[in-house]
Ligand binder design. Sequence first.
Ligand code: ZN
Ligand code: ZN
Length: 296
Amino acid sequence: MTSEEKSITTDKEPSTDPADAFGALSDPLRVDILQALGGYHRETEYEKTIGFADLRRRVGVEDSGRFRYHLKQLHGNFVEKVDGGCRLTYAGMKIVAAILMGTYTDVITKDATELDSDCFVCDNPAVATYENGTCIVSCANDHPLFGWQVPPTAAADATLPEIVDVAELLARQGMERTLNGYCPECYHTIEPEVLAEQTEPPVFRAQCETCGARLISPVGYCLLADPRVAAFYQRHGHDLNKYYIWDLPFIQNEDLCTLVGESPVRVEINVSVAGETLTATVDETGHVTDYQLVGE
Ligand SMILES: [Zn+2]
Ligand SMILES: [Zn+2]
């Protein structure tokens, strides 16, 4: 063991205070160290641990004492020491991913762009914008049609219609994850519910008690990730995922959504394609409990 390696043998206990943990990232050199470790991970599929001296060379710091000091500040929360070398912890990998995604640094704004779609309320063209990490689709009268977060890395070189595609993909995946009981943002457990008491029509709602992420949508969103609804579209030669989410009748038309039970809540949603109707019954947690096929 070299003297350099010896000097990092005392790992700090991980701090549970977020201010302390993120305080460790206050120096640019420490961010460089995390990125160098992330780069090493990408290049070496199986070998995840790098020696102190190799890491210092990768970061490009001559002063061994200075490097040792800053690496120590990352130990515990973001970097761990294994077999005489270091590697990223799970939190370290997440931080590196967030840096690469531009989540905390990039401010990207795109000019409003008309889409090949009309607002279902006023028939004006649907207009997409991207600002502050969020893709929003509305119209000249500000009717809200759709909105979802898209990381800056996915937006940087994309056109607005491409960003809308990504946002819709993330929304479908987010609904699937939410209905499976996991927050789409932080992966803590989340309890989705269909509210009918003070809302007409009923709405789907899920709020994460951990990170505060909140999802409110028409109940029809519960059908977006449903394989049987997708299969119903497919049987008639249509790809459910090719439609803008807000263009789907079972999302936009509240007359197709009927409250059939209040305690517990039961909602029937009619999905019609080519003269055939699939009636899906959704329970108080947003899950489909029953399907009925009705020919017209
Ligand atoms: Zn409108
Ligand atoms: Zn969350």
